[in-house]
Design a protein around this ligand. Structure first.
Ligand code: ADP
Ligand code: MG
Length: 319
């Protein structure tokens, strides 16, 4: 029996669909990322799952208990289901320690103290415990916010783009640390983001949301190698249409560059990226421009080059 379940959640705002029949089943300790562009319904979904928003229809259950929405529950929200979003604010005049202890005020003093110590330790915040939020980097502040949210040991953590305001290095560091902690604790985590890279870094269990609908779900390898639509394919990389073959596409890293054989083109643009050069190649016959990775940094703008591929790398993607 799953422990956290969303059943056919539907939500409209003034007749416009924000979520249509969204369902999800998670076991204790499961970790899932929901990826969708801005406006696809991610925040709406998390607010409904946290009992903070009224859905039109559908239900959410935690351990067989229905999560009641604000229409049905006097004090909205649940201690067991914690929602954290991007601009989650710490109390500015409270130290790191005090911010983490705050949710524990109604609890037994010894328990509260032990819990605070443990969180400071696990989050690597001991040295910062006396600082105020303004004395912390964005990444550190967000880490404190997440530690505070975990103070009362929620069963489910809902993360709404919590890393969006951080720079890449801070973000990667925090994602890696959190990923390890969540695994240790067996917290059930739903992470929503518009950024596929962040999602992939945290988990390989993905749901792709588009305009309030699930368009595909599965593990990251499956989604990348067997996308069922151009939309999902394009989240991972640009895709190149094969001239004369209907709905057939190739990823930039699956195209081989050769000095003869295949389709002739020439390099019209080159970008130096960290792990490879990204080329734009104009194909001679079709005049189409392909994006192709050049991992050996062999080609220059103006070069003539032939593109080739293996049949098994071709993706068939109806639009
Ligand atoms: P995301 O978090 O993926 O960006 P949201 O859940 O915030 O998406 O929004 C989904 C859709 O619902 C969007 O079209 C948005 O404009 C609309 N929406 C969200 N909240 C409200 C609201 N309070 N009133 C009216 N429309 C809303
Ligand atoms: Mg949002």
């Amino acid at each position: 029996m799953s422990s956290f379940i969303a059943k056919k959640i539907k939500k409209t705002y003034a007749g416009k669909i924000a979520l249509s029949e969204f369902s999800l089943e998670m076991n204790r300790g499961d970790f899932i990322s929901i990826v969708g562009e801005s406006g696809s319904g991610k925040s709406t979904l998390l607010r409904i799952m946290a009992g903070l928003e009224v859905q039109d229809s559908g239900q959410v259950f935690l351990e067989n208990e229905e999560i009641l929405n604000p229409k049905k529950k006097l004090v909205p929200g649940y201690d067991e289901v914690k929602l954290i979003h991007q601009d989650y604010h710490l109390f500015p005049n409270s130290t790191v320690s005090e911010n983490i202890r705050r949710p524990l005020l109604q609890y037994d003093k010894n328990y509260a103290k032990a819990r605070e110590e443990k969180l400071l330790e696990q989050f690597g915040l001991k040295e910062l415990q006396g600082r105020f939020p303004r004395q912390l980097s964005g990444g550190q502040q967000q880490k404190v916010a997440i530690a505070a949210a975990l103070a009362i040991e929620p069963e489910v953590l809902l993360l709404d783009e919590p890393f969006s305001s951080l720079d890449t290095i801070q973000k990667h560091q925090l994602i890696d640390e959190l990923g390890d902690l969540f695994k240790q604790w067996k917290t059930t985590v739903v992470f929503v983001t518009h950024d596929l890279d962040d999602a992939l870094r945290l988990t390989d269990n993905l749901i792709i949301l588009k305009k309030g609908k699930v368009v595909q779900k599965g593990n990251s390898f499956e989604l990348c190698t067997h996308p069922q639509s151009q939309y999902v394919a394009r989240l991972f990389s640009p895709i190149n249409p094969i001239p004369g073959q209907k709905d057939a596409y190739l990823r930039p890293n699956e195209v081989k560059l050769r000095s003869k054989g295949g389709l002739l083109g020439h390099v019209v643009d080159l970008r130096f990226l960290v792990h490879y050069n990204l080329l734009q190649i104009k194909l001679k016959e079709s005049n189409k421009i392909w994006e192709v990775d050049d991992p050996h940094r062999k080609y220059q703008v103006g070069d003539r080059v032939y593109v080739q591929w293996e049949e098994e790398k071709v993706m068939l993607l109806p639009s």
